[in-house]
Design a protein around this ligand. Structure first.
Ligand SMILES: *Cc1c(COP(=O)(O)O)cnc(C)c1O
Length: 379
């Protein structure tokens, strides 16, 4: 089955009791047993829920995975991955990470004896020098937030496999429509479903997918034992959101391309970060591993003046100033004070993130209105 057909049909069946075409919201905590231990496969909703099951199957299919699991948030999914590890284990992560990922690694799991090395993945061949006998996991996010750097997943996976280290990829920015890390050799793919998969800015959820049966079994155990599950109402909303993922992503990419080119040609803009631009530093890798380049675009203004950047962000009429991304509506974020405030300034600057950088999540509105809005805001 091709992507759009899977988005609509994978994992979902008409309801067996009524024929309802939409998966019911099984808003129940427990399931009646006919005799002790005799049930229909469902005992308690932390462990299994039919609405969640449908979403997990649907999501797994989009990542070409055998196994999918969903969680109460993207960070709850990341948290579940960390629980696979033990004190003394080492994780190598890129130095250009989602702020909340950096925070859970350094402020929570470091206290439990995990060690994190934040390194540049620009040249995958140097990765090998950071691997020690204690390294268990390589954590990659690509495209990165907010600089839209691209990490070569296949190259990282190849090195990791040689050293028997597992690779997890945060695929939130690309969505499964643009990129499938498991096909490129990763062991695990993570999503903040809150973003493109949900797509309507109405749900917070996370997900993991894998083709490794042992990993899937351990993760299912952790999902139940730690309990950060997604509720049935939210699962329903995401199942519904995913049905249009391919159509939404097409428009996000189309609008992202137009916005990136508009900004690149604007005399007041100094730099545009969008992997589809030919002068983007990782454009070739992006072409290889992604099907298109997405709707996330970051930029800085000439002069690097914080007051001017602030004025710009305050004058948008169609773009809304706010955290998050991947919804149908266009959003504008100031990473230094919003998404990345929990990363120390010196770490941010080391990773090339200026305080004046503006990040856009280009939505699926009419492009003329988005460009007019940018025109009037930049002035
Ligand atoms: C939002 C986000 C997360 C965290 O997901 P939540 O659903 O907010 O917990 C992780 N990684 C990336 C790249 C994100 O954008």
């Amino acid at each position: 089955m091709k992507f759009g057909t899977k988005a609509i049909h994978a994992g979902v069946q008409p309801d067996p009791t009524t024929g309802a075409i939409m998966t019911p919201i099984y808003q129940t905590s427990t399931y009646v047993q006919s005799s002790p231990g005799v049930h229909k496969g469902y005992e308690y909703s932390r462990t299994q829920n039919p609405t969640r099951d449908a979403l997990q199957k649907n999501f797994a299919a989009l990542e070409n995975a055998q196994h999918g699991l969903v969680y109460g948030s993207g960070l709850a999914a990341t948290d579940a991955v960390m629980k696979l590890l033990k004190p003394g284990d080492e994780v190598i992560a890129s130095n250009d990470l989602y702020g909340g990922t950096y925070r859970i690694f350094t402020k929570i799991y470091q206290n439990f004896g995990l060690k994190f090395r934040f390194v540049s993945f620009d040249d995958a061949s140097t990765l090998e020098t950071h691997i020690t006998p204690a390294t268990r996991l390589i954590w990659v996010e690509t495209p990165t937030n907010p600089l839209l750097n691209i990490i070569d997943i296949a190259a990282v996976a190849q090195i990791a496999r040689r050293q028997r280290v597992q690779v997890a990829v945060d695929n939130t920015f690309a969505s499964p429509y643009l990129q499938n890390p498991l096909d490129l050799g990763a062991d695990l793919v993570m999503h903040s479903v809150t973003k493109y998969l949900g797509g309507h800015s109405d749900v917070v959820m996370g997900a993991l997918a894998t083709n490794d049966a042992t990993l899937a079994q351990r993760l299912a155990f952790i999902q139940n034992a730690s309990g950060a599950v997604a509720g049935p109402q939210d699962c329903f909303l995401v199942l519904r959101g995913i049905k249009t993922l391919h159509i939404r992503m097409q428009r996000h990419c189309e609008n992202g391309r137009a916005v990136a080119h508009f900004l690149a040609n604007h005399p007041k803009v100094s730099k545009v970060y969008w992997p589809g631009l030919e002068d983007h530093r990782n454009h070739q890798i992006a072409r290889q591993q992604m099907r298109d380049f997405g709707g996330m675009v970051s930029f800085t203004l000439k002069g690097d003046d914080m007051e001017e950047a602030r004025r710009l962000m305050e004058s948008f009429q169609v773009f809304s100033l706010g955290e998050s991304l991947g919804g149908v509506e266009s959003l504008c974020t100031h990473p230094a004070t919003m998404t990345h405030a929990s990363i120390p300034k010196e770490e941010r600057e080391k990773a090339g993130l200026k305080d004046t950088l503006i990040r856009l999540s280009v939505g699926i509105e009419d492009i003329e209105d988005l460009l007019d809005d940018l025109k009037q805001a930049i002035g």
